[in-house]
Design a protein around this ligand. Structure first.
Ligand code: PAF
Length: 256
């Protein structure tokens, strides 16, 4: 398994891979079974699998959230090996991705301003910009994204269409614990009490038909709800939620 710490080394390697089907899984590390499922799918559909691990500073609207983002390089490496990843792009420095100092950005003006974007201003500019840059470096045939970040997935699909990018976006189902809790790197930051409470997020949004009832239940259970809505997103009917448990922000969504 190759590990590239510089963009130029990754690009040189990629130039040699003409005619191969390249599967790409972009991540911020702290890998879990959800990421493993994306890598597994990429492995089964592509000739070469590339994983990127980069905690992207431009998508965090709070420095403390960026600094506290979990990191687990050794465990990530093990998962990458188990999933037979061919290459990991692990930029040694932010300047590998942002030689321009984030002067050039991708901005979407509608969907990105709602839901998570309303509460995390600038978040999706950071996400779209880094994904565009990663796509330019990896030049994937297929890129795999989890449906847990449904708004992110819809925005990336929109960007691919808007800029005629030659990559097929593969949406992959959310992986859950048996309790129903959606796997997320942020779950590692929950304390024991909140970890026990967290599965209620999924249980409650599934249980109540009326979002006002679900919202009240979440409140009573100890969540601070940011949004809970039923809406069409990228042509699909979803129920989407973001809520805080202590200092940890959780998101989830289900077909509705
Ligand atoms: O979903 C994530 O982990 C990140 O938003 C992504 C797509 C890797 C961009 O930094």
């Amino acid at each position: 398994m190759k590990i590239f710490e510089s963009s130029s080394a990754l690009q040189s390697w990629r130039r040699e891979l003409t005619g191969r089907k390249i599967g790409f899984v972009p991540t911020m590390g702290a890998l879990h079974e959800g990421h493993a499922s994306l890598l597994e799918r990429a492995r089964s559909e592509c000739d070469v699998v590339v994983l990127s691990i980069f905690v992207n500073p431009t998508q965090f609207n709070q420095t403390s959230d960026f600094e506290k983002y979990p990191k687990s390089w050794e465990a990530d490496l093990k998962i990458a090996q188990e999933q037979m990843v061919d290459a990991i792009f692990f930029p040694k420095d932010q300047s590998e991705i942002y030689p321009d100092g984030f002067q050039y950005q991708i901005t979407e003006k509608q969907l990105s301003k709602t839901l998570c974007g309303e509460f995390r201003p600038g978040h999706f500019d950071g996400v779209l910009t880094v994904v565009m840059k990663l796509f330019q470096l990896v030049k994937p045939t297929r890129a795999y994204f989890g449906e847990k970040d449904f708004q992110q997935l819809a925005l990336i699909e929109g960007m691919v269409k808007a800029f005629f990018l030659d990559v097929l976006i593969i949406p992959c189902p959310t992986i859950r614990e048996t309790s129903g809790l959606a796997l997320s790197s942020r779950n590692q930051r929950l304390n024991a009490d909140d970890k026990a409470l967290a599965p209620k997020l999924h249980q409650i949004i599934m249980q109540f038909e009326d979002i006002r009832d679900a919202s009240r239940e979440l409140d009573e259970a100890g969540f601070k709800v940011e949004y809970l809505v039923d809406q069409q997103i990228a042509g699909k009917s979803r129920r989407l939620v973001a809520a805080w448990l202590g200092e940890v922000r959780l998101i989830d969504n289900v077909a509705h």
